[in-house]
Design a protein around this ligand. Structure first.
Ligand SMILES: [Zn+2]
Length: 309
């Protein structure tokens, strides 16, 4: 027999003290943080407009963890931490954490708080379509469904290791499909170049630690070839794309064609991801939630993947 909540009716003459006791009992039997509580009936009451009290009793169900539509498995962090070493585009202001309080207050308790500053496009972040597609979605307008889904990982780390300017090609995607089958509709495609291992060494990761426009001219890191972006848009139906480098277009890009092609189709990109080496080619589920900046062209991103055991 399944768990059922059974309503029963009691008199409106019930003494307030009994009611309070029942509510307290209900609260004490609520499951909390997955911890098991002793099996005991849960009691909830609603007072009707006529003064009668409806009592709900759920016997033997309260110790069972809630069944969530959530895949079981190992949870992998795909985001770098924001700190003074976090890598930002050479022309973007880096992350800053300003201490406001850190110590024992006059009240005798400990209190810590900070202010932070960040550019949109640094650290592990999302590019909203409006970043390169006028009139398209800003961060707050990206449908949540785009940010949750089944991940596929295309590993080009071998090629990228010997060529910092490597661009993921249509052939790379087709080679992946020959082994794993066609890219499923609604997939979130993650491009693994292996460059996250170089973080936070900007010279290794970006090709230069120089700041400003002079730094931009010296950028070298892998990205997605515009022809491959075009092929994905034309022939497959993906929700989002991600990469473990600073940009979905490779370092030397001047026209940012992959950005422009993808964002015109409202396909957002996750940049500066990490931990992709821990994901299988298929089977992981990704949750990539950015800070909800109204009108933002990008935002800090906390991305995690659930990998089935
Ligand atoms: Zn960006």
């Amino acid at each position: 027999m399944g768990c059922r909540t059974k309503p029963s009716r009691s008199s409106n003459r019930m003494a307030p003290t009994t009611e309070q006791r029942a509510i307290a009992r209900f609260r004490n039997t609520m499951p909390e943080r997955g911890l098991k509580k002793p099996r005991a009936p849960a009691v909830a009451m609603i007072r009707t407009r006529f003064g009668a009290v409806i009592v709900f009793v759920a016997v033997g169900c309260v110790s069972r963890p809630p069944e969530l539509p959530w895949p079981a498995g190992d949870i992998i962090d795909l985001s770098h931490a924001y700190d003074a070493d976090a890598i930002f585009w050479p022309t973007a202001e880096p992350f800053r954490l300003d201490k406001v309080a850190d110590g024992i207050t006059g009240g005798g308790y400990y209190y810590a708080a900070n202010n932070f500053f960040t550019s949109e496009h640094g650290g592990t972040h999302i590019d909203a379509p409006v970043h390169f597609a006028q009139g398209h979605q800003s961060v707050d307008q990206i449908p949540l469904d785009r940010l949750l889904g089944h991940a596929v990982v295309v590993d080009v780390s071998g090629r990228a290791e010997s060529d910092a300017d490597y661009q993921v090609t249509q052939d790379d995607l087709l080679a992946w499909e020959r082994i794993n089958g066609s890219l499923p509709a609604g997939a979130i495609v993650l491009l693994r170049t292996g460059f996250s291992r170089r973080w936070p060494d900007a010279t290794q990761y970006l090709g230069t630690a120089e700041r400003g426009e002079a730094g931009v001219a010296k950028l070298h890191f892998p990205g997605l070839h515009p022809d491959a972006a075009r092929w994905l848009i034309t022939n497959r139906s993906i929700k989002a794309i991600g990469i473990d480098t600073a940009s979905i277009d490779y370092g030397p890009s001047k026209l940012f064609e992959s950005h422009r092609l993808l964002y015109a189709e409202d396909i957002p990109a996750f940049e500066n991801l990490t931990g992709l080496e821990r994901l299988p080619p298929t089977g992981a589920f990704i949750v990539a939630l950015p800070m909800k900046i109204k009108g933002g062209s990008g935002a800090p991103l906390r991305a995690v993947a659930v990998v089935p055991r």
